[in-house]
Design a binder for this molecule. Structure first.
Ligand code: ASP
Length: 359
C-alpha cells in the first residue's frame, strides 16, 4: 500500500512538472506566434520624420500637403509590390518621392549645416542577402538613396562619404545637381533661428548648448524630418532605407544614424526591416534598427514588443525619435516617443493609413 502511494505521488509530481513546462513553452510560443501569423503577403510602411509635431502648430493646408505627399509616396511603393516588384525597388522609389519634396528633411528640403551647406546621408539594406549600402555627407547627389543602392550593388564597399561618394555617383551616372538645388527658405530660416538661440546662450557650457536645440520646441521642429521606408514583397524579401539632411546646425562633418547600418536602417528576412528617425547620436548608441531585429531573432519577441523596448532604451539614454518597421509576416509597427511622426502604411488589401500626431 505504502509503495502504491509513493508511486502515485511520483506520477502526479511528474505530470504537474510536465504541465508547467508545457505551459511555459505555450506562453513563450504565444508571444512568438503573434508575429508568426501571416498578416499580409506584402506590406509597406513609411515615415517622414518624428519630432514636436503638434496639431496646434499645423494649418489645415500644411496638414493636407503632408498627407497628400505621404500618400503619393507610399502608393508608388505599393504599386511596385502589388505588381510583384522587389521590396528594394519599392523602398528606393518611395523614398525618391519624399526626397524630391521640400516638405521633408531629405534631398530637396534638407536642413542646413552650421556653415549653411546641405550635407546628405542615406542607407539601404537588402534583407535577403544582408547586403547594404550607404552614403554620407554628399552635397551634389540629387537622390542619396539611389547612391546608397549603387554603393550596395555596384561597389565592394558598404559606405562611401563626401567627395569620393560624389565621384562614384558620377561614375554610376546618377543625377548630380548644383548644391544650391537643396536650398529652401524655410530650412535656412530654421538655421538662423537656431543660431540666434545659440548666440543668446553663448558662454554656457557645451553640454547645455548641446541640449538647447533638443528642448526648444521650435528648434526641434526644424531638426527632424528624415524619411524612411520598410517593405515586404511577395517573395518574402524585406528591405529598408533611410535618407536625411541630418540635423540643423550640424558641424564638423557630423554624420547621424541614417547612413549607419544597424542604427538608421536594418533588414533581415529572418526578422524584420526597420528605418529610424530621431536624434541620431542616441540612435547610433542604442543601435536601434539592429537591436529590434536581434530581440526578435534571439528572444522571440514580436516586432511591437521589440520596438518598444529599444525606443525606451533611447529615451533612457536621453534621446527621442521613432521607427517604422515591417516583419517577415507583414506585421507593421510605427512607434515613437516624440509628440508626432509623419507616417503611412499600406497592406496587400490596398488599405491605407496615414498618421501625423500621437493617437
Ligand atoms: N536621425 C537624423 C539624424 O540624426 C535626423 C532625423 O531623423 O530627422 O541625422
Amino acid at each position: 500500500m505504502k509503495k502504491l502511494l509513493i508511486c502515485l505521488l511520483a506520477f502526479s509530481l511528474y505530470f504537474s512538472c510536465k504541465n508547467e513546462n508545457s505551459s511555459e513553452i505555450k506562453n513563450k510560443s504565444v508571444t512568438t506566434s503573434t508575429s508568426e501569423v501571416k498578416a499580409a503577403e506584402f506590406a509597406i510602411i513609411i515615415h517622414g520624420g518624428a519630432g514636436t509635431i503638434l496639431k496646434k502648430n499645423m494649418t489645415p493646408e500644411k496638414e493636407a500637403a503632408y498627407k497628400a505627399k505621404l500618400e503619393e509616396a507610399i502608393r508608388v511603393g505599393y504599386n511596385i509590390l502589388k505588381n510583384g516588384g522587389s521590396s528594394l525597388d519599392a523602398v528606393e522609389k518611395t523614398i525618391n518621392v519624399m526626397e524630391n519634396s521640400p516638405l521633408f528633411n531629405a534631398g530637396k528640403g534638407a536642413v542646413f549645416t552650421n556653415a549653411e551647406t546641405n550635407e546628405l546621408d542615406a542607407s539601404i539594406m537588402d534583407g535577403k542577402t544582408l547586403n547594404a549600402g550607404a552614403s554620407a555627407g554628399t552635397t551634389t547627389v540629387r537622390n542619396p538613396i539611389n547612391l546608397a543602392r549603387a554603393v550596395m550593388e555596384k561597389s565592394k564597399h558598404v559606405m562611401l562619404s563626401g567627395k569620393g561618394a560624389e565621384i562614384f555617383a558620377e561614375e554610376q551616372g546618377l543625377t548630380l545637381v548644383d548644391p544650391s538645388y537643396f536650398y529652401t527658405e524655410n530650412r535656412l530660416k530654421s538655421l538662423k533661428r537656431v543660431k540666434a538661440r545659440e548666440a543668446q546662450n553663448a558662454g554656457k557650457v557645451d553640454t547645455e548648448s548641446a541640449y538647447l536645440d533638443f528642448y526648444d520646441a521650435d528648434i526641434k521642429d526644424s531638426k527632424f524630418g528624415t524619411v524612411g521606408c520598410a517593405a515586404l514583397d511577395k517573395n518574402g524579401n524585406l528591405a529598408a532605407g533611410t535618407s536625411t539632411g541630418g540635423m540643423t546646425n550640424k558641424r564638423y562633418g557630423r554624420i547621424g544614424d541614417a547612413p549607419i547600418i544597424g542604427s538608421g536602417t536594418y533588414a533581415n528576412n529572418a526578422t524584420c526591416a526597420v528605418s529610424s528617425t530621431g536624434w541620431g547620436e542616441y540612435f547610433i548608441r542604442a543601435q536601434v534598427a539592429h537591436d529590434i531585429s536581434a530581440l526578435i531573432e534571439y528572444k522571440g519577441l514580436s516586432l511591437k514588443e521589440a520596438a518598444k523596448i529599444v525606443l525606451d532604451k533611447v529615451k533612457t539614454l536621453g534621446g527621442d525619435g521613432g521607427i517604422v518597421a515591417v516583419d517577415k509576416n507583414g506585421n507593421m509597427v510605427a512607434d515613437f516617443n516624440t509628440a508626432g511622426m509623419y507616417r503611412a502604411t499600406m497592406n496587400d488589401k490596398g488599405e491605407l493609413t496615414i498618421g501625423i500626431y500621437e493617437q
